[in-house]
Design a protein around this ligand. Sequence first.
Ligand SMILES: O=C(O)c1ccccc1NCC(=O)[C@H](O)[C@H](O)COP(=O)(O)O
Length: 230
Amino acid sequence: MSVIVKICGLSTEETLDAALDAGVDMVGFVFFPKSPRAVSIERAAALAARARGRAEIVALTVDMDDAGLAAIVDTVKPDWLQLHGGESVARVAEIRQRFGLKVMKALGIRSAEDIAGVPAYAEVADRLLLDAKPPKGAAHPGGNGVTFDWHLLDALDPGLSYMLSGGLDADNVAEALALTRPFGIDASSGVESAPGIKDPARIRAFIAAIRGFRPTADQGRTIAGERISS
Ligand SMILES: O=C(O)c1ccccc1NCC(=O)[C@H](O)[C@H](O)COP(=O)(O)O
Protein backbone atom coordinates (compact mmCIF):
# COMPACT_ATOMS: atom_id res chain seq x y z
CA MET A 1 0.00 0.00 0.00
CA SER A 2 1.40 3.40 -0.90
CA VAL A 3 1.53 6.32 1.48
CA ILE A 4 -1.34 8.74 1.09
CA VAL A 5 -0.69 12.48 0.75
CA LYS A 6 -2.57 15.42 2.24
CA ILE A 7 -1.90 19.03 1.36
CA CYS A 8 -3.28 21.35 4.00
CA GLY A 9 -4.18 25.02 3.88
CA LEU A 10 -5.16 25.31 0.22
CA SER A 11 -7.05 28.48 -0.63
CA THR A 12 -6.94 29.06 -4.40
CA GLU A 13 -8.23 27.20 -7.43
CA GLU A 14 -4.79 27.22 -9.04
CA THR A 15 -3.02 25.53 -6.15
CA LEU A 16 -5.91 23.15 -5.48
CA ASP A 17 -5.77 22.05 -9.10
CA ALA A 18 -1.99 21.59 -8.87
CA ALA A 19 -2.46 19.27 -5.90
CA LEU A 20 -5.31 17.36 -7.55
CA ASP A 21 -3.44 16.98 -10.84
CA ALA A 22 -0.39 15.70 -8.95
CA GLY A 23 -2.53 12.99 -7.36
CA VAL A 24 -3.11 14.30 -3.83
CA ASP A 25 -5.37 12.09 -1.70
CA MET A 26 -6.68 14.63 0.83
CA VAL A 27 -7.03 18.41 0.68
CA GLY A 28 -7.33 20.48 3.83
CA PHE A 29 -9.08 23.80 4.38
CA VAL A 30 -8.19 25.79 7.48
CA PHE A 31 -10.95 27.36 9.61
CA PHE A 32 -8.74 29.12 12.14
CA PRO A 33 -9.08 32.88 11.74
CA LYS A 34 -5.53 33.71 12.87
CA SER A 35 -3.97 31.46 10.23
CA PRO A 36 -2.56 32.95 7.00
CA ARG A 37 -4.31 29.99 5.33
CA ALA A 38 -7.76 30.64 6.80
CA VAL A 39 -10.68 30.47 4.37
CA SER A 40 -14.29 31.46 4.80
CA ILE A 41 -16.94 28.76 4.80
CA GLU A 42 -18.20 29.98 1.42
CA ARG A 43 -14.73 29.92 -0.13
CA ALA A 44 -14.06 26.45 1.26
CA ALA A 45 -17.40 25.21 -0.08
CA ALA A 46 -16.46 26.36 -3.60
CA LEU A 47 -13.03 24.73 -3.38
CA ALA A 48 -14.51 21.55 -1.90
CA ALA A 49 -17.00 21.31 -4.77
CA ARG A 50 -14.08 21.51 -7.20
CA ALA A 51 -12.16 18.76 -5.37
CA ARG A 52 -15.03 16.39 -4.60
CA GLY A 53 -14.58 12.96 -6.16
CA ARG A 54 -10.87 13.59 -6.79
CA ALA A 55 -9.61 13.85 -3.21
CA GLU A 56 -11.05 13.61 0.27
CA ILE A 57 -12.02 16.93 1.78
CA VAL A 58 -10.77 17.84 5.24
CA ALA A 59 -12.07 20.71 7.37
CA LEU A 60 -9.44 21.76 9.91
CA THR A 61 -10.73 23.32 13.11
CA VAL A 62 -9.21 24.27 16.46
CA ASP A 63 -11.26 23.74 19.64
CA MET A 64 -14.40 24.73 17.75
CA ASP A 65 -17.84 24.53 19.35
CA ASP A 66 -20.72 22.51 17.92
CA ALA A 67 -22.40 25.48 16.24
CA GLY A 68 -19.22 26.35 14.35
CA LEU A 69 -18.66 22.75 13.33
CA ALA A 70 -22.29 22.43 12.19
CA ALA A 71 -21.98 25.48 9.95
CA ILE A 72 -18.90 24.01 8.27
CA VAL A 73 -20.37 20.52 7.97
CA ASP A 74 -23.64 21.78 6.48
CA THR A 75 -22.06 24.08 3.88
CA VAL A 76 -18.66 22.59 3.02
CA LYS A 77 -19.75 18.93 3.37
CA PRO A 78 -16.27 17.64 4.25
CA ASP A 79 -15.34 13.97 4.37
CA TRP A 80 -13.23 14.57 7.46
CA LEU A 81 -13.09 16.89 10.44
CA GLN A 82 -9.49 17.52 11.50
CA LEU A 83 -9.30 18.55 15.14
CA HIS A 84 -6.09 20.51 15.63
CA GLY A 85 -6.57 22.02 19.07
CA GLY A 86 -6.52 20.68 22.59
CA GLU A 87 -9.66 18.56 22.13
CA SER A 88 -9.87 15.87 24.83
CA VAL A 89 -10.39 12.19 24.08
CA ALA A 90 -14.01 12.56 25.18
CA ARG A 91 -14.55 15.62 22.95
CA VAL A 92 -13.14 13.76 19.91
CA ALA A 93 -15.54 10.88 20.55
CA GLU A 94 -18.43 13.31 21.01
CA ILE A 95 -17.73 15.18 17.75
CA ARG A 96 -17.41 11.93 15.83
CA GLN A 97 -20.76 10.71 17.20
CA ARG A 98 -22.58 14.03 16.78
CA PHE A 99 -21.56 14.79 13.20
CA GLY A 100 -21.28 11.24 11.83
CA LEU A 101 -18.09 12.16 9.99
CA LYS A 102 -14.62 10.67 10.05
CA VAL A 103 -12.45 12.48 12.55
CA MET A 104 -8.70 13.01 12.35
CA LYS A 105 -7.09 14.13 15.61
CA ALA A 106 -3.85 16.04 15.35
CA LEU A 107 -1.42 15.55 18.22
CA GLY A 108 1.66 17.68 18.79
CA ILE A 109 4.87 15.75 19.43
CA ARG A 110 8.03 17.11 21.01
CA SER A 111 9.02 14.56 23.66
CA ALA A 112 8.52 10.98 24.83
CA GLU A 113 5.79 12.29 27.13
CA ASP A 114 3.76 13.33 24.09
CA ILE A 115 4.03 9.82 22.66
CA ALA A 116 2.53 8.39 25.85
CA GLY A 117 -0.71 10.26 25.19
CA VAL A 118 -1.20 8.94 21.66
CA PRO A 119 -2.84 5.50 22.22
CA ALA A 120 -5.88 6.91 24.04
CA TYR A 121 -6.74 9.03 20.99
CA ALA A 122 -6.32 6.03 18.68
CA GLU A 123 -9.32 4.51 20.46
CA VAL A 124 -11.70 7.30 19.44
CA ALA A 125 -10.35 8.89 16.23
CA ASP A 126 -10.56 7.42 12.75
CA ARG A 127 -7.07 8.68 12.04
CA LEU A 128 -4.24 10.34 13.92
CA LEU A 129 -2.00 13.09 12.58
CA LEU A 130 1.28 13.25 14.47
CA ASP A 131 2.54 16.80 14.00
CA ALA A 132 5.34 18.86 15.52
CA LYS A 133 4.31 20.65 18.71
CA PRO A 134 4.24 24.40 18.00
CA PRO A 135 7.30 26.39 19.07
CA LYS A 136 6.82 28.38 22.28
CA GLY A 137 4.90 31.57 21.52
CA ALA A 138 3.62 30.35 18.12
CA ALA A 139 0.41 32.03 17.00
CA HIS A 140 -1.20 28.78 15.87
CA PRO A 141 -1.06 25.14 16.89
CA GLY A 142 -0.11 23.83 13.44
CA GLY A 143 1.29 24.88 10.12
CA ASN A 144 4.48 26.15 11.74
CA GLY A 145 6.94 24.46 9.39
CA VAL A 146 8.96 22.79 12.15
CA THR A 147 9.98 19.15 12.32
CA PHE A 148 10.27 16.95 15.42
CA ASP A 149 12.55 14.07 16.30
CA TRP A 150 11.08 11.28 14.17
CA HIS A 151 12.91 8.66 16.28
CA LEU A 152 10.39 9.37 19.05
CA LEU A 153 7.86 7.42 16.99
CA ASP A 154 9.90 4.23 17.47
CA ALA A 155 8.17 3.92 20.84
CA LEU A 156 4.72 3.55 19.29
CA ASP A 157 2.95 0.20 18.96
CA PRO A 158 3.87 -0.94 15.42
CA GLY A 159 0.19 -1.65 14.76
CA LEU A 160 -0.86 1.94 15.40
CA SER A 161 -1.70 3.81 12.21
CA TYR A 162 -0.83 7.49 11.85
CA MET A 163 -0.19 10.27 9.39
CA LEU A 164 2.98 12.33 9.81
CA SER A 165 3.42 16.10 9.48
CA GLY A 166 5.56 18.94 10.74
CA GLY A 167 8.01 20.79 8.55
CA LEU A 168 7.95 18.25 5.73
CA ASP A 169 9.01 19.28 2.24
CA ALA A 170 10.36 17.74 -0.96
CA ASP A 171 13.90 17.74 0.46
CA ASN A 172 13.31 15.97 3.78
CA VAL A 173 10.28 13.76 3.21
CA ALA A 174 12.32 10.76 1.99
CA GLU A 175 14.34 10.82 5.22
CA ALA A 176 11.12 11.02 7.25
CA LEU A 177 9.68 8.07 5.34
CA ALA A 178 12.87 6.06 5.83
CA LEU A 179 12.75 6.57 9.61
CA THR A 180 9.02 6.19 10.26
CA ARG A 181 6.10 4.09 9.00
CA PRO A 182 3.26 6.53 8.36
CA PHE A 183 -0.01 5.66 6.66
CA GLY A 184 0.08 9.15 5.16
CA ILE A 185 2.06 12.38 4.93
CA ASP A 186 0.72 15.91 5.39
CA ALA A 187 2.34 19.26 4.62
CA SER A 188 1.54 22.92 4.53
CA SER A 189 4.50 25.33 4.92
CA GLY A 190 6.87 23.10 2.95
CA VAL A 191 4.81 23.55 -0.22
CA GLU A 192 4.57 27.34 0.10
CA SER A 193 6.64 30.24 -1.21
CA ALA A 194 5.56 32.42 1.75
CA PRO A 195 3.19 31.85 4.71
CA GLY A 196 -0.23 31.06 3.26
CA ILE A 197 0.94 31.16 -0.37
CA LYS A 198 0.95 27.66 -1.81
CA ASP A 199 3.38 27.06 -4.67
CA PRO A 200 2.28 24.69 -7.47
CA ALA A 201 5.87 23.65 -8.28
CA ARG A 202 6.60 22.83 -4.63
CA ILE A 203 3.35 20.86 -4.37
CA ARG A 204 4.31 18.82 -7.43
CA ALA A 205 7.86 18.23 -6.17
CA PHE A 206 6.60 17.18 -2.74
CA ILE A 207 4.11 14.65 -4.09
CA ALA A 208 6.69 13.33 -6.57
CA ALA A 209 9.21 12.84 -3.75
CA ILE A 210 6.68 10.78 -1.79
CA ARG A 211 5.54 8.73 -4.78
CA GLY A 212 9.17 8.14 -5.76
CA PHE A 213 10.29 6.98 -2.31
CA ARG A 214 11.51 3.38 -2.18
CA PRO A 215 12.56 1.90 1.19
CA THR A 216 15.85 0.04 1.11
CA ALA A 217 15.68 -3.69 1.86
CA ASP A 218 17.34 -3.31 5.27
CA GLN A 219 14.76 -0.79 6.39
CA GLY A 220 12.20 -3.61 6.42
CA ARG A 221 9.57 -0.94 6.58
CA THR A 222 5.88 -1.70 6.88
CA ILE A 223 3.05 0.77 6.78
CA ALA A 224 0.39 0.19 9.38
CA GLY A 225 -3.09 0.05 7.89
CA GLU A 226 -6.01 2.11 9.06
CA ARG A 227 -7.42 1.38 12.46
CA ILE A 228 -11.06 2.35 12.34
CA SER A 229 -12.62 2.69 15.74
CA SER A 230 -16.10 1.29 16.19
O1 LIG B 1 -1.88 25.57 8.73
C1 LIG B 1 -2.29 26.35 9.61
O2 LIG B 1 -2.20 27.56 9.49
C2 LIG B 1 -2.90 25.79 10.85
C3 LIG B 1 -3.48 26.67 11.75
C4 LIG B 1 -4.03 26.19 12.92
C5 LIG B 1 -4.01 24.85 13.19
C6 LIG B 1 -3.44 23.96 12.29
C7 LIG B 1 -2.88 24.43 11.12
N1 LIG B 1 -2.27 23.54 10.21
C8 LIG B 1 -2.27 22.16 10.47
C9 LIG B 1 -1.86 21.22 9.40
O3 LIG B 1 -2.57 20.30 9.05
C10 LIG B 1 -0.48 21.32 8.86
O4 LIG B 1 -0.46 20.72 7.61
C11 LIG B 1 0.48 20.62 9.79
O5 LIG B 1 0.46 21.27 11.03
C12 LIG B 1 1.90 20.68 9.23
O6 LIG B 1 2.23 21.99 8.98
P1 LIG B 1 3.65 22.36 8.37
O7 LIG B 1 4.66 22.11 9.43
O8 LIG B 1 3.54 23.79 8.03
O9 LIG B 1 3.84 21.50 7.17
